[in-house]
Design a binder for this molecule. Structure first.
Ligand code: ATP
Ligand code: MG
Length: 239
């Protein structure tokens, strides 16, 4: 479905991605783990067309998409939930969700789409007239995911949804990601520093170190991998 081949991305002279190869198949949850500065966000930004790939290619259902306009990539059904959530803090919950639908002609199904988001995250329904900026971190993350769902994506790119969020809400958010994948048939590409959670959730996973994939395998195999345990799993959230 989504195929990333030998992608290299630079910031000026600094090379952030050094030939990344990753496949995400239809219906899968694929996780990418890696520590600070490994290049995870750069990869998602490259898929969504915000960063430009200097070399390599990215295909979506066989169609080349690297370096296309970001809004065209959203139109194809690839939607990113950026790191740090980036909701509109002065707008209400419902106005934020409305903006997600704006990118899609399916906006005409707004009422049913928004109901699906409220069913998934009931807390957002309780707070629909509250300003986004007054939500807790976890609630803002739910709003950011809900907003992305309003564009009816085929693939959801999630950048560290657990970052800075209380453990209880992290569990709830990961459960809802599984739900989105299974019940709504949305393919998930998840980037995380929280390796344990990301590997538990994943069908398959990749490890990114310094702009290169070093290990790949099933989520379960990677959880048992000694090198991964030493580097990413022992001591809880240590990287
Ligand atoms: N706008 C930028 N200009 C220059 N260098 C950048 C820029 N954004 C990222 N980088 C560099 O590219 C490398 C990869 O950064 P990136 O943000 O992709 O890492 P990450 O894996 O998402 O890290 P984190 O887990 O901290 O979010 C880092 O060395 C970073 O300093
Ligand atoms: Mg990042």
């Amino acid at each position: 479905m989504l195929k990333i081949s030998n992608v290299e991305t630079f910031y000026g002279k600094i090379q952030a991605l050094r030939g990344v190869d990753i496949d995400v198949n239809d219906g899968e949850i694929v996780s990418l783990i890696g520590s600070n500065g490994a290049g995870k966000s750069t990869l998602l930004m490259t898929i969504s067309g915000v960063n430009k790939a200097r070399n390599g290619n990215i295909t979506f259902n066989g169609e080349r998409i690297e370096n296309r306009d970001p809004h065209k990539i959203v139109d194809l059904g690839i939607c990113q939930v950026p790191e740090g959530r980036r909701i509109f803090s002065r707008l209400t919950v419902e106005e934020n969700l409305r903006l997600g639908a704006y990118t899609n002609e399916l906006g005409k199904h707004f009422e049913t789409d928004i109901k699906e988001v409220y069913d998934l995250f009931p807390v957002l329904s309780d707070r629909k007239t509250q300003r986004g900026g007054t939500l807790s971190g976890g609630e803002q993350q739910m709003l950011a995911i809900g907003r992305a769902l309003m564009s009816k994506p085929k693939v959801l790119l999630l950048d560290e949804p657990s970052l800075g969020i209380a453990p209880k809400l992290v569990n709830q958010i990961f459960a809802s990601i599984k739900n989105i994948n299974r019940d709504k048939n949305v393919t998930i590409f998840l980037v995380e520093q929280n390796a344990k959670k990301a590997l538990e959730l994943a069908d398959r996973a990749y490890v990114l170190v310094n702009g290169k994939v070093t290990i790949m395998g099933s989520g379960q195999d990677l959880l048992k991998n000694k090198d991964i345990q030493a580097a990413y799993l022992e001591g809880g959230t240590k990287n």
